[in-house]
Design a protein around this ligand. Structure first.
Ligand code: COA
Length: 330
């Protein structure tokens, strides 16, 4: 077997819906304010997709950009791994729809449900496929239309989430030391009741009761999730760095899941990284779950904050609970 790094993130492409919804827009329909939302979360606006824009279509746009940036054709893909908690349908997978849209005829396509760290989980799966020789080129996508599973009558969650997609081509490492140096993924299913969509699955199939009780929307115990996120993301940073044999002062940029600025600041503080080395764009997009890390990565690349040789630390936490991290040398 090849030595690690087995695989590299060759590119990042993103897509967001054009419709911008500001905090002021939300405060017209909910008992909230721009000031409260900015102070408690750091979010200023988010993108909301219309009914004509599916998760597969957002994924297609992001994927085409990622494929073009890597100089890879859709027909070269061996696998497509889509991380999402808001699939277009429960069956079949959004990845299969994406495969058809891209014309990626050779690819095996499947979704994974790992919530906000979904991109990191998908990256881990992609790296494994490359390392085991089952594929050379894998498309990893994090894509969400969280607006369809958000209760816009619940001010404690409605202000947090947004829609978007990000995609990466993951392929065999192109040079010594270049690529994914480590990944770390973990879960604790005992804590599932703190952040979930209780209704609409096979345990409580969609019914008039489910819709009346609004249990097909996300429910969250915000404070508990906040505390768990701070602890888990700190631990995940340590673990990815340890596994990569990299120290915090060698990290050029921390790209955390964009859920709450206070969680990001606590994570950076624990890791000993100044905020100047942390990518933050949740003010523009809110929490886009599995799309948040590629959306932040793409902006960091576009702004020149990541370049060849940069050491990048990814970290995320979400429903499940699930959490994960990765160190990549670009
Ligand atoms: N506007 C105004 N007031 C609001 C509000 C809103 N949008 N949402 C909640 N409040 C009120 C509450 O009703 C509460 O009022 P009370 O004190 O009279 O009961 C008060 O603000 C404080 O609520 P609390 O939930 O304790 O606030 P918080 O500081 O914990 O912030 C979150 C709430 C949701 C922003 C925060 O808990 C959070 O970000 N949690 C983690 C979320 C997350 O990351 N989830 C995804 C993980 S991937």
């Amino acid at each position: 077997m090849m030595p690690r790094p087995f695989a590299e993130v060759a590119s990042v492409g993103v897509a967001v819906p054009p419709n911008v919804v500001t905090n002021d827009d939300l405060s017209r329909v909910l008992d909230t304010s721009d000031q409260w939302i900015v102070e408690r979360t750091g979010i200023r606006e988010r993108r909301i997709a219309g009914p004509e824009q599916s998760v597969a279509m957002l994924s297609q746009e992001a994927s085409q950009r990622a494929l073009a940036a890597a100089g890879v054709g859709a027909d070269e893909l061996d696998a497509i791994v889509v991380a999402t908690v808001s699939p277009d349908r429960l069956m079949p997978s959004t990845a299969c729809d994406l495969q058809a849209l891209l014309g990626a005829e050779r690819a095996a396509a499947f979704d994974i449900g790992a919530a906000c760290p979904g991109y990191i989980f998908a990256l881990t799966v992609a790296e494994g496929l490359v390392a085991s020789g089952q594929g050379e080129t894998v498309l990893v996508v994090g894509a969400e239309k969280l607006s369809t599973i958000t209760d816009f009558q619940d001010r404690s969650t409605a202000i947090l989430f947004g829609d978007g997609a990000g995609a990466s081509v993951v392929r065999r490492s192109s040079g010594p030391g270049r690529g994914i140096l480590s990944t770390f993924i973990k879960s604790d299913g005992r804590l599932a009741p703190l952040l979930l969509r209780p209704g609409g699955g096979s345990a409580d199939p969609i019914s008039e009761k489910v819709v009346c009780e609004r249990s097909h929307y996300m429910k969250m115990a915000g404070r508990e999730v906040f505390k768990a996120a701070v602890l888990a993301m700190a631990d995940a940073c340590d673990e990815a760095l340890r596994r990569a044999g990299v120290t915090a002062d060698q990290v050029d940029l921390l790209v955390p899941h964009q859920a709450n600025l206070r969680i990001i600041e606590a994570t950076a503080k624990h890791a000993g990284l100044p905020m100047s080395k942390v990518m933050v764009n949740l003010d523009r997009y809110g929490n886009t779950s599995s799309a948040s890390i590629p959306l932040a990565l793409e902006q960091a690349l576009a702004e020149g904050r990541i370049g060849p040789g940069s050491v990048v630390l990814l970290v995320a936490f979400g429903a499940g609970f699930t959490w994960g991290s990765a160190v990549i040398r670009w």
